[in-house]
Design a protein around this ligand. Structure first.
Ligand code: FAD
Length: 458
């Protein structure tokens, strides 16, 4: 990129908010996928107008632009694959309004997700989406990946809490989508189109979030099973019994090996699988819902069902689930690839069986856990980096997992998106008619293909 151009962009954001320092460029070259390409510059705009001015220049000069929140995405979606400019939204982090009458909050995209939740709770309101990364990811990143979390089973995902957006289009035009009212059906739903678009259609500069009343009480319990199928059967039986838990987290037998010592209970030696179940609602409803959880788990053959008696004990149960990622290191592998497939919840036992077969065939280790309540499994392929033939097996394993997921009526990504890493598999799920329509939409928004180019679609 020419120096004169960099100077013009520095003038827009202020020279303190643009960097071409190689150390900074290295910091903004990667996301949590581990993929890395250095940009030519990174800028930190403070206003939508600044974003618009940057995009106007980039569009005219055909410079690729890569929007970025906190870089916690796992698919390379924020990686500046073609160099160019990283536009990091982290400095646009103002909370504009919280409205207890309209049940809404207007925020800038760089706000950390936990802050949205905490501020809502202080007003007796609830922003349910809870990606495990909520302590360090941004709400703008959540909008653009359509992030989910453990509570999606009852409350849905980020998409379900976005009323309106301000978006700067790749041409530099500023567009407002949606309504500030609770309802609104005028025109096409461009808000929903933007959600999950992985920074390929526009840069989101303001978000109007929908909030709901904060549930009065929460009930949490930990259930141990002698096998995985019984635990998954318990999950489907919740729904058949008319219960909608707010979380139903599953841990498979290999995960159990890793976290057995972290479970704060005197556990049965033969426990091979675990469910962490949470319900919420009015105070009086909790014991009834917890009884239903207990009955379903008992009838599915649970070895142990323990209700948390205090908030502290509930936190300790969640800590077991959170301890899993670091605890995996015990298995002695130095690398992992994590997929986030989603199947109809009734097909979870089938996908687990297929995963075992794929692991045996390719001689690799697969560990799975996740949001069983919505059929979303985090499938971890564990291996040792640097072993050439091993990498080959890992690639074959990933391809087989994607094929099996789609065959079982599932989707190759329940919450992380496509980015770069899942691009080779999108054709398994999206047919030609859909793909052509999506590509045509991209051309309308971004005629010169400057915004996060060559992502999502092969
Ligand atoms: C430990 C860990 C746990 C995680 N747990 C979960 C989980 O439970 N659920 C889940 O869904 N994900 C999870 N993730 C993935 C990740 O946190 C989410 O995808 C998150 O939404 C990314 O937010 P971010 O701010 O880091 O965005 P980035 O990674 O910076 O960007 C993600 C995408 O959004 C685009 N983007 C970012 N901001 C904007 C903007 N303002 N305008 C336009 N485009 C933008 C980028 O270009 C990119 O395509 C996890 C990741 C880690 C590392």
């Amino acid at each position: 990129m020419k120096r004169a151009l960099i100077k013009r962009i520095a003038k827009i954001v202020g020279s303190d908010h643009l960097s071409v320092d190689p150390a900074d460029l290295a910091c903004y070259s990667y996301d949590a996928s581990g993929l890395s390409v250095k940009p030519e510059a990174v800028v930190f705009p403070h206003t939508a107008q600044a974003v618009s001015d940057i995009l106007t220049i980039a569009n005219r000069e055909r410079i690729p632009v890569y929007p970025r929140g906190a870089g916690t995405g796992t698919t390379g979606a924020a990686v500046p694959a073609g160099g160019g400019i990283v536009v990091c939204l982290s400095k646009m982090d103002r909370i504009k309004t919280i409205d207890q009458c309209e049940l809404s909050m207007v925020v800038e995209p760089g706000v950390i997700t936990r802050k949205v939740q905490t501020l809502a709770e202080e007003k007796g309101l609830f922003y349910p989406p809870d990606p495990a990364s909520l302590g360090f990811c941004t709400i703008g990143g959540n909008v653009n990946t359509g992030a989910g979390g453990a509570r999606a089973v009852k409350y849905g995902v980020t998409r379900d809490y976005i009323r309106a957006l301000e978006v700067v289009l790749p041409t530099g035009k500023i567009m407002r989508t949606g309504t500030t009212t609770a309802k609104g059906v005028v025109g096409y739903d461009l808000t929903r189109l933007m959600v999950g678009s992985e920074g390929t259609l526009g840069i989101v500069t303001e978000i109007t979030l929908k909030l709901i009343p904060l549930p009065e009480e929460v009930g949490t319990c930990l259930c141990l099973f002698s096998d995985e199928v019984s635990a998954l059967h318990a999950v489907t039986s919740f729904f058949q019994a008319g219960l909608l838990p707010r979380a139903a987290e599953f841990i498979d037998s290999l995960s159990m090996q890793c976290i057995r010592d972290n479970i704060p209970l005197d556990i049965h030696g033969s426990a091979k699988s675990m469910l962490l179940v949470e319900v919420d609602g009015f105070k009086e409803s909790i014991s009834r819902q917890m009884d239903m959880v207990r009955d379903c788990c008992k009838e599915s053959g649970a070895l142990l069902i323990r209700k948390a008696e205090t908030k502290r004990e509930a936190d300790a149960f969640w800590q077991v689930r959170r301890s899993l990622s670091p605890a995996m290191k015990k298995l002695g592998f130095d690398a992992k690839i994590s997929e986030d497939i989603c199947v109809p919840r009734g097909r979870l036992p089938d996908i687990l069986k297929v995963l075992r077969e794929i692991a045996a065939k390719n001689d690799v280790t697969i560990l799975s856990f996740g949001h069983a309540g919505d059929g979303n499994l985090h499938v971890n392929i564990l291996f040792n980096e640097g072993q050439g033939p091993q990498r080959d097996k890992v690639n074959k394993t990933v391809a087989s997992i994607m094929e099996a997921t789609v065959r079982l009526g599932g989707t190759i990504s329940g919450e992380h998106g496509v980015g770069l890493t899942k691009m080779p598999f999108i054709g398994l799920e999206i047919d030609e008619v859909q793909m052509d329509t999506m590509k045509a939409i991209k051309r309308i928004f971004d005629p010169n293909n400057i915004l996060n180019p060559h992502k999502v679609f092969p």
